[in-house]
Design a binder for this molecule. Structure first.
Ligand code: URA
Length: 430
């Protein structure tokens, strides 16, 4: 039986099982814009209400991955590796992991997104480096990765175009939050990106897409199962996003923090927590590709300056006209202090993300133009002993931006009288 969109819609509406070939054809037609938005939207709502099975999600994922080009990394040294984070506040891990793992000998190719809402996007962070290009073509990606071992580009319509169409419609039809649709969206782009080994960081907490441990674990399990069924070597870690990652949240400010880690500068306790995550995730990826003494290899690449060297080679290869090491940020304009003494029970990633958004450092809607220079520095962590009057946050922005952020950060830190045990940074490995 050939594909019929009417039959396909009725199947989803009635909770029947789609055939693999129909899912592939649906994704192909969506990607080539041969289906009207109203029929795709109707299917998305039906798929939200009658979620796809694991098997069906594999079909949709493969169909979306095949809906456009696939980066052909043939000829580049193996392993071909990618990393992905489901996104959080202050999550600048890509900026460290890409050059760090490339310095350890892996070929790193990555497509990254722009930020929307409280979670920032790597493409915006990198846009704060003057001249840095985030629009490399497939050809340029392959050429650069073969020359220096890493390349990163923004989402291009050439790769997994069905995801561009489906995601755009999910965004306006309240159908984003469906695990099979999220999983197929993330993994189809990973498959189209050409890598074979993928480190996936599922963030869990107030500053993440998945606020609860149960939700994060469900997403992580689906990603792992569907990824493996699609032939990927997938390594999933669930990590904490209840408090911001590192001390910096914003765009330029996060690039500066990443380069402080890469250049082994003296770090604040919050920056150390970010560094720890980078080292853990890099180590896991190296273990996954069979590297012995993986942690020592990662530490050495940082200690002997190879990771920093690779990062500078990368930014320069992608057009940076200024070294990130020469970039600076204006002095903070406002400091928020603690009103009482005790112990920090909560340092809300959600509030910090909202504060950056209010300052104009993030997008409320897709078309917003963002201010790359604003940001929030978080000076405390969950479990810290707090003295009244102690600085909790520095705000970088103009007076209006700082006032907007300060209003949001009023209740960002909860102080209690009994000592608090922070939850671990790495919550689970799958
Ligand atoms: N990130 C994606 O790429 N797709 C989703 O659906 C959600 C998060």
């Amino acid at each position: 039986m050939s594909f019929s969109i009417a039959h396909f819609l009725a199947e989803r509406r009635d909770g029947a099982v789609h055939r693999r070939e129909d899912l592939l054809e649906f994704a192909r037609l969506a990607g080539s814009k041969e289906l009207p938005d109203y029929q795709i939207s109707a299917w998305l709502m039906a798929a939200y209400l009658n979620p796809l099975s694991l098997e069906e999600t594999v079909g949709l994922t493969l169909g979306m991955a095949e809906s456009g080009e696939r980066l052909d990394l043939t000829g580049l040294p193996k392993p071909w590796v990618d990393k992905h984070s489901t996104g959080g506040v202050g999550d600048k891990t890509t900026l460290v992991l890409l050059p760090l793992l490339a310095a350890c000998g892996l070929t790193m190719v990555k497509m990254s997104g722009r930020g929307l809402g409280i979670t920032g996007g790597t493409i915006d962070k990198l846009a704060s480096i003057p001249g840095f290009r985030t629009d490399l073509s497939s050809q340029e990606m392959i050429e650069q990765a073969s020359r220096i071992g890493l390349a990163l580009t923004g989402q291009t319509p050439a790769l997994a175009p069905a995801d561009g169409v489906l995601y755009g419609l999910r965004d306006v039809t309240q159908t984003v939050a469906s695990i099979p649709l999220i999983v197929s969206s993330i993994l189809s782009k990973k498959i189209a990106g050409g890598a074979e080994v993928i480190g996936l960081d599922v963030k869990c907490g107030s500053g993440a897409f998945m606020p609860t441990a149960e939700a994060a674990e469900e997403l992580a399990t689906w990603l792992s199962k569907v990824g493996k069924a699609c032939g990927l070597s997938l390594h999933v870690t669930i990590t904490d996003m209840d408090q911001p990652l590192g001390q910096a949240a914003g765009n330029l400010i996060e690039v500066l923090e990443a380069f402080r880690v890469l250049s082994r500068q003296a770090l604040s306790p919050n920056e150390k927590r970010f560094e720890t995550l980078c080292i853990e995730l890099a180590t896991e990826t190296l273990v996954a590709v069979g590297q012995h003494d993986a942690k020592a290899v990662v530490e050495k690449a940082l200690d002997d300056g190879k990771a920093l060297e690779k990062a500078l080679e990368w930014t320069s290869a992608q057009g940076a006209t200024t070294s990130p090491l020469d970039l600076t940020l204006a002095e903070p304009r406002q400091t928020i202090t603690a009103t009482q003494s005790g112990f920090a029970q909560q340092v809300s990633a959600l509030r910090v993300g909202e504060a950056v958004l209010e300052m104009g450092g993030g997008r409320k809607k897709k078309t917003d133009v963002i201010d790359l220079t604003v940001g929030v520095v978080t000076l405390v962590q969950v479990g810290d002993k707090i003295e009244a009057g102690q600085p909790l946050f520095h705000l970088h922005g103009n007076p209006d931006q700082c006032a907007a952020a300060a209003a949001v950060l009023q209740d960002a830190v909860t102080v209690v009288q009994a000592p608090v045990e922070p939850r671990p940074l790495i919550l689970k490995r799958l």
